[in-house]
Design a protein. Structure first.
Length: 457
């Protein structure tokens, strides 16, 4: 009986993950996924899709957070990624993936091939990979993922650490700062100066104001330049250079929206998806067969029916979300205001009776054709999903990881460690860091430096 219950839970989990994946995938990726399912399931008939007249695939235009978009800019970073002692073009790391393998697929492959990962965390790690946006960032809070999957928060936190250990470094970050700190922690440039540049000086770095940065760091211009150069060498977009990553992604509008005095007319882009149906011949064969053949066909028949339900759910959910968002942003879309009104995923979730993660997936990497122009849905939101607080255990584990990654000859102070933890979404004070450090039986920065100098590490 216990085995049956566990098996049912696994089947439910797999069904839920497929439903969420179908909701999350943009149209072009969903076309590919449906074709893959059809090759595995004889019960599925998937016809070729064709785009309606006037609609075409366009390069995806990712939506930046406000600080990056208005104050920083992508051009402050070199097109090179630095890992530990080596520096190489990002395309060299992309070549590690199999030919044609997407960014998401190669992350899944890394998880599956690493036998050191505890099996209980593996499904959650795969779920987090599927939740990443086109840039390789995690938009959803760990609390929401825990709520959606029914997993304990501590397990979700551990699964995130596993994802953040994958290549390329920075994947699974929840902010630009976290992405950069994760990379710094695996380089020889991990020190108080580079941390401060990431956490406090990116707008100054965008202006190339070396004097102001040196003053903020309390160092010479030459030292400030070394710290800035190290940060410039980091990669702010983990998916860049991979097939299906941010730099190569294309998008097809989910719907055509026309605005008039009567309101908004929404036409869901059903024609951009292949027509999916249950194969009638195999359905008849299922009714006439027996034994293992019938069991096999019945299982695939259930999967095909579930897929059709998931596609209907996707269309209905995206349409409902669209109607709410368009109404909420009417002043912006009609030109009566210069920017979108404050709107969060939580607000929409509360109004529609859905989970915030469902809303997040419904808008993720999606666009609409609005009055003839392509508009990313994320541009209609005021802020990304905010991250919740971190547990004490999470803080202790991350603190130990940061100290393990430091150069002991330039050991990080408790202030610097607190700053690094804040970049990772863990808001703690210097005193708390000191208390956690003592609990972990890790000496102060001064002692760590002295031991390193004496060769006693």
């Amino acid at each position: 009986m216990l085995g049956q219950v566990q098996e049912q839970r696994q089947l439910m989990s797999a069904a839920m993950q497929q439903s969420m994946k179908i909701l999350q995938l943009p149209l072009l990726s969903l076309q590919e996924y449906l074709n893959e399912l059809a090759t595995e399931n004889p019960m599925l008939d998937v016809d070729a899709a064709s785009l309606p007249a006037g609609i075409q695939a366009e390069p995806a235009r990712p939506v930046e957070d406000k600080v990056w978009k208005e104050e920083i800019g992508d051009d402050i970073f070199e097109r090179r990624v630095k890992r530990r002692a080596d520096s190489a073009d990002i395309s060299e790391y992309a070549d590690l993936a199999a030919p044609g393998e997407t960014f998401t697929q190669q992350l899944h492959d890394q998880l599956n091939s690493d036998r050191s990962i505890p099996r209980k965390y593996l499904p959650l790690a795969h779920f987090i990979v599927e939740s990443l946006n086109a840039r390789g960032y995690l938009d959803e809070s760990l609390e929401e993922i825990a709520d959606l999957t029914g997993a304990p928060l501590c397990c979700v936190q551990q699964a995130l650490y596993i994802v953040q250990d994958l290549t390329p470094t920075g994947v699974g970050a929840r902010s630009l700062q976290e992405c950069l700190v994760l990379q710094l922690a695996q380089s020889h440039s991990f020190n108080a100066a580079t941390l401060k540049v990431v956490n406090e000086c990116l707008p100054l770095l965008a202006k190339d104001d070396l004097g102001a940065i040196a003053k903020r760091l309390g160092v010479s211009k030459a030292e400030a330049k070394r710290a800035c150069d190290a940060v410039r060498a980091l990669n702010p977009i983990p998916s860049r250079g991979y097939p299906g990553g941010e730099s190569t992604a294309f998008t097809v509008p989910e719907a055509v929206v026309q605005h008039s005095e009567d309101g908004y007319a929404i036409s869901y882009n059903r024609a951009a998806l292949p027509k999916v149906s249950v194969n009638p011949e195999y359905e008849q064969m299922m009714k006439e067969s027996e034994g293992e053949v019938q069991s096999y066909l019945r299982e695939n028949h259930q999967k095909a029916r579930r897929l059709l339900q998931d596609l209907d759910y996707r269309e209905g959910t995206i349409t409902k979300v669209l109607r709410y968002v368009l109404t909420a942003q009417d002043a912006f879309l009609s030109g009566r205001s210069a920017g979108p009104a404050p709107l969060t995923l939580q607000e929409i979730a509360d109004a529609l009776g859905l989970h915030p993660s469902t809303i997040s997936r419904a808008v993720k990497d999606k666009t609409i054709l609005f009055n003839g122009k392509t508009l990313p849905l994320r541009e209609l939101f005021s802020t990304p999903v905010t991250q919740g607080g971190a547990s004490r255990g999470m803080a202790l584990r991350q603190l130990k990881r940061l100290i393990d990654a430091e150069d002991p000859h330039s050991a990080l102070s408790d202030d610097a460690l607190a700053s690094a933890l804040r970049s990772l979404g863990i808001n703690v004070s210097r005193r708390t860091v000191a208390a956690y450090r003592q609990e972990l039986e890790i000496p102060s920065a001064a002692v760590r430096k002295r031991r390193a100098a004496e060769g006693g590490q």
